[in-house]
Structure formats: C-alpha cells, structure tokens
Design a protein around this ligand. Structure first.
Ligand SMILES: C[S@@+](CC[C@H](N)C(=O)[O-])C[C@H]1O[C@@H](n2cnc3c(N)ncnc32)[C@H](O)[C@@H]1O
Ligand code: SF4
Ligand code: SF4
Length: 378
C-alpha cells in the first residue's frame, strides 16, 4: 500500500563508493583546471611585466615545534610563543578560500603533527574547497593517524626521507625512524590507495651516494613522486646570511662532482619512468648550485612571489627570506595587491638569488600536473 510518503532511496555501498570516487576525480580535475588558469596568469606576468598573477599555493607553517633535531634544520629552535590559535588559522583559511577557484594549502612546520588541531584545520580548509597537503617527517603516521587526516580531507602526504636506513636515522637524530616511515608508508598505500604520497629529500653530504636508491625506493613503494631540494641556510637564518654559511656546515656535500653524478642518475631514472617530480632543467641548476652556492642565477626567473604565499607560525607573511608583517586581521588580497608585494614581484624576475631554483622554480605547476595525472590514474 502506498501511503503517499516517498521511500528513502537506499544506496548500496558499491554505488556510494563509485559516487565518492566520481566526486574525488571531479574535485581534482577542478583543482587542476584552476591551477592551469593561474599558471597562465603567472607566466604572462613574468613574461610581460603586467601584474596579473594570483597565488595558487599557500604554504602554512602552523607550528615551529618539532621533537626531532635534524642536522640541516633549526626550525625547532625558534621561539614558539605567539603561534596562532585554531580560530586565527581558521580565519586565515577562510580568507584564502575567498580567492576565486581552488587553491592548494600546504600545512607544514616544524612538525605539523605536533598541533592537536591539525585535523580540525585540514577539515576547515577542505570544507572550504581548498586542496590540502601535509608535510611531515612521517614517523608518527600510524594507521589511525592517517585515517583521521584522510577523513579531514587531506589529499596528499609529503614525507621526508633523506637517506636509506641508518643514514636517515643518523641525519634526523632518531633511531628507528626509517623503519617506522617505511612501515607507515606501506600501510597508508594499502589502506588509502587514493591518498597521494610523495617523498621529499634534501641533497646533503650523507645521502649523496644514495640519491638513486631513494628514487628506486619511491618507485618500488609505488609512490606518486619524489622531490629533491637543495640545502639552504636554515629558515630563520636567511635574512642575514653569511655568504659562506655552507663552509663547515655538517650537511654540505664536500665534493660537487659526486653531486653532479647523483643528479645525472636521477635524470636517467626519471627518463626510465621513475616518479621524479623535479624537471631535468632544475636538476642541472642544482648541480650548478652545489658547485658554487654563491653563484647568481640571473637567467632563472623566480616564480615564488607570483605563485605562493608563505605564512609563518605567528601568522606573518614570509617573502624573500624575511617576515613582512602580520596577516592576522588583514585581508590577503589587500596584502597581495599592496605596493610592497607588487614591487617585489616586479624585481623577482631578475633577482638572481639561489632561492629561485628550488621551490620557487618555474616548475611547480608542471610537477603538480604530473602528480595529478598519477593520482587520477589510481
Ligand atoms: C621544515 S620541514 C617541515 C615538515 C616536517 N617536519 C619534515 O621534516 O618534513 C619541511 C622540509 O624542509 C626541509 N628542510 C629543513 N631545513 C632545511 C634546509 N636548511 N635546507 C633545505 N631544506 C630544509 C626538510 O628536510 C623538509 O623536507
Ligand atoms: S626537518 Fe622537519 S622533522 Fe627535522 S627538525 Fe626540521 S621540522 Fe623537525
Ligand atoms: S630568488 Fe629573489 S625574488 Fe625569489 S624568493 Fe629569493 S630573494 Fe625573493
């Protein structure tokens, strides 16, 4: 008998999963098309001098705190008072979400898992249409922890791995870390196949002869990418760098020709299909940098100021190696369009400093397309 009431449509688990998958692919494609649109504006700005750029990535250092003491990093030693509260970060995320289209937010640190509200912040970001990646040392990513991040909408984990076995543990000052990271990655891969997992490795003295092995490991683990970075003066030391900071630095590679060979091997493995996210041109620039870290890169336009907004744990804008004032209570759009940032963007094209060759290099969009392609095929 029909009593006139509509019966609730019951959707089986298979259909629900198919619907969720469709939604995931739809949002990734939407994200890709918005990133492409911004890439065009950013490239036009660099090439014509017209200031059309809109940021596509927001790198948010939600804390400086970290239990590790990696040899190349001093973030953990920063004064951690004044870190923004959940509410203040949520306001900043709301402001980011007001940019048209889908932006990429990277929650990093310090170690972002040190913040109890990491899931809450990630959920806040993703509910507002932002795509969210978490950078982590990966040692504490047990299955339950990853499940909470995935539930909060995190699409990608970028896990540091600076060497094989004992090399990694010694460099990061944490016994058993390498095994824990590998176990966590394998578990995450098995349980959440649609979660992108990428390795990040800084090229340093202890790992120069293991760079190729790291690439092969990323392939064997079926990861979505491995991204190499160069060693810099530490984050908070950059505003007054000693030009010879690398001399006597415990992690600075002593023999540039070994680095050159390692980078050539990375290029070769990339050609063979290993998931290296760095473009070949960038690997060549890395070799140049390690041969002479004081060299200028006048031929490399810096895209960092056109593509990204870096925000420190106290909510300050960080650009060109200096803090540039608080974003709390200020609209990001107003800051982005300020005379100070416009002038800095104009100069960036021919700045020549080495920060242009790593995460400010012109490839972020292209490597993201590669990553997106791999994630969509999953
Ligand atoms: C600061 S950590 C924050 C996320 C997390 N704690 C981790 O270790 O991945 C982000 C990245 O910066 C890298 N990093 C730290 N100090 C660096 C330096 N002096 N030069 C280049 N990269 C550095 C780390 O190796 C890591 O890949
Ligand atoms: S690199 Fe990451 S894990 Fe290591 S000390 Fe720095 S913030 Fe901590
Ligand atoms: S290369 Fe120059 S413009 Fe680019 S971030 Fe570094 S200091 Fe700024």
């Amino acid at each position: 008998m029909n009593d006139g009431k509509k019966k609730p449509v019951s959707v089986g688990p298979a259909r629900r999963a198919a619907f969720e998958e469709l939604k995931r692919r739809g949002s990734l494609l939407r994200f890709g098309s918005h990133q492409a649109y911004r890439h065009v504006l950013q490239t036009l700005s660099i090439q014509t001098g017209l200031d059309l750029s809109q940021p596509s990535t927001f790198v948010i250092r939600i804390t400086d705190r970290c239990p590790l003491r990696c040899r190349h990093c001093t973030d953990w030693s920063a004064d951690s008072t004044g870190e923004l509260t959940t509410g203040q970060w949520s306001d900043i995320l709301d402001d980011i979400a007001r940019w048209p289209g889908s932006c990429h937010t990277i929650l990093t640190g310090g170690e972002p898992l040190q913040r109890d509200d990491l899931d809450q912040l990630a959920r806040h970001a993703t509910r507002r249409g932002l795509t969210c990646t978490v950078f982590t040392h990966g040692g504490n990513l047990g299955p339950a922890r990853v499940a909470r991040l995935v539930d909060a909408g995190v699409r990608c984990l970028r896990i540091s791995l600076d060497g094989i076995g004992q090399t990694h543990d010694t460099f990061r000052g944490a016994s058993g870390l390498y095994d824990a990271v590998l176990r966590n990655i394998r578990d995450a891969r098995k349980t959440f196949p649609s979660l992108a997992v990428v390795l990040g490795a800084v090229i340093v003295e202890p790992n120069v002869d293991q760079i190729g092995s790291l690439v092969r490991l990323a392939g064997d683990l079926d990861l979505d990418g491995i991204e190499f970075m160069v060693l810099y003066p530490s984050f908070y030391d950059r505003s007054s760098p000693d030009p010879h900071w690398y001399r006597g630095h415990p992690a600075w590679p002593t023999d540039p020709s070994r680095v050159e060979r390692a980078l050539a091997e990375v290029g070769e493995l990339r050609r063979q299909g290993y998931p290296v996210l760095n473009l070949p041109g960038q690997l060549d620039l890395f070799a140049r940098y390690y041969a002479d870290p004081t060299a200028r890169f006048d031929d490399v336009p810096c895209l960092g100021l056109h593509t990204k907004v870096n925000i420190t744990s106290r909510g300050n804008l960080f650009a060109c190696n200096k803090e540039r004032g608080s974003l709390v209570g200020r609209s990001l759009r107003e800051v982005w369009n300020s005379d100070e940032l416009r002038t800095m963007r104009k100069r960036a094209t021919s700045c020549g400093l080495p920060c242009a060759i790593a995460c400010n290099f012109q490839q972020p969009f292209l490597s993201r397309v590669r990553l997106l392609g791999r994630v969509l095929r999953r």
